[in-house]
Design a protein around this ligand. Structure first.
Ligand SMILES: Cc1cc2nc3c(=O)[nH]c(=O)nc-3n(C[C@H](O)[C@H](O)[C@H](O)COP(=O)(O)O)c2cc1C
Length: 290
């Protein structure tokens, strides 16, 4: 039996890691136009129908000022550009932003560019001015975009060590069969669904907390996505602040959907719950893939 090679999206998901130091060289015009095409597509294709908007702020267009200064604590070195986005407040706006932003960062990875989700460590007011943020909008995250430096910076390495960035929870710690006390294993689902789930497992999340859980139900007819936060995450959201776990949920949905579509699996994200009684205690139902 011959097995077909995994689709390119799998390579991009595996290749993406947060990158915080860049060579500083300007983005080429064809790279910029490929990114802008991905941004336009991302603006129009979100699971809950919200419409984010994205802009790239380049150092060249900003009068060659050092853009590193726009990020606090000097975490990001030599970025030639930033991807910035905004979304009008509404039902599941943050999840949709997470989905769309991640699809652009995966395109950046495909183009050989480095990126890093920044949800906390940046000066909101400066980027808000740059994107002319409206009163009804939020700007949940930004990312530097550029050619990655040959080696990670000392600060990047220290941060990755502190957060445990390369680590991910095991398959059976985040995916379940019918209820949270029954871990799912890859061989309990078909190879295509197993690969789509594995791509969720590899997804980036704020502080690498991996707050998503997926419960397979009705013998694989539906895959229910939940956010199960530890108490630290709930208390960590300041009034008016961005709920990072909801961005994480959107990123997980993006990885699942792009992989499922590339593998020819049918399905879409739907909001109808299997039944409130099935929601695991302490978790929030987000959507169901079926
Ligand atoms: C929503 C979100 C917000 C993040 N915010 C920050 C941030 O403010 N600063 C930072 O250095 N990294 C940030 N990260 C990067 C995570 O720490 C990183 O994705 C995680 O540790 C996994 O590492 P990896 O991206 O290399 O796979 C964020 C990631 C996500 C998904």
């Amino acid at each position: 039996m011959t097995t077909s090679p995994p689709p390119p999206i799998v390579d991009h998901i595996r290749a993406r890691t947060s990158w915080r130091a860049f060579t500083g060289e300007a983005l080429e015009l064809d790279t910029l136009s490929a990114l802008r095409a991905a941004m336009a597509e991302a603006e129009s294709r979100t699971p809950f129908g919200n419409r984010p908007r994205f802009e790239i702020i380049t150092r060249a267009e900003s009068g060659n000022v050092d853009l590193s200064g726009m990020v606090t604590y000097g975490v990001i070195k030599n970025p030639p550009a930033f991807l910035v986005g905004a979304i009008a407040r509404g039902h599941r706006d943050i999840e949709d932003f997470g989905f769309a932003f991640e699809s652009i960062l995966l395109k950046a990875t495909e183009l050989g560019l480095g990126s890093c989700w920044l949800g906390g460590t940046f000066s909101r007011s400066r980027f808000a001015r740059a994107i002319r943020l409206g009163d009804d909008e939020s700007m949940p995250a930004i990312s530097p975009i550029g050619r990655p430096s040959a080696a990670r910076s000392l600060r990047d390495r220290a941060m990755r060590l502190f957060i445990g960035a390369p680590h991910r929870k095991r398959f059976g710690e985040v995916f379940f069969d019918e209820s949270l006390d029954r871990p799912l294993s890859a061989d309990m689902v078909g190879p295509a669904h197993a690969l789509a789930l594995e791509m969720v497992r590899l997804a980036p999340s704020a502080r690498n907390r991996q707050p998503w859980r997926i419960v397979r139900r009705d013998e694989g007819q539906r895959f229910d996505l939940y956010l199960c936060r530890d108490s630290g995450i709930v208390s960590g959201v300041k009034p008016g602040g961005v709920d990072m776990a909801r961005l994480d949920a959107g990123i997980a949905m993006c990885h699942f959907e792009l992989t499922a579509r590339a593998l020819g699996l049918s399905g879409a994200w739907q909001e109808s719950e299997a039944g409130a009684a099935t929601t695991p205690t302490g978790c929030e139902f987000i959507a169901s893939w079926r």
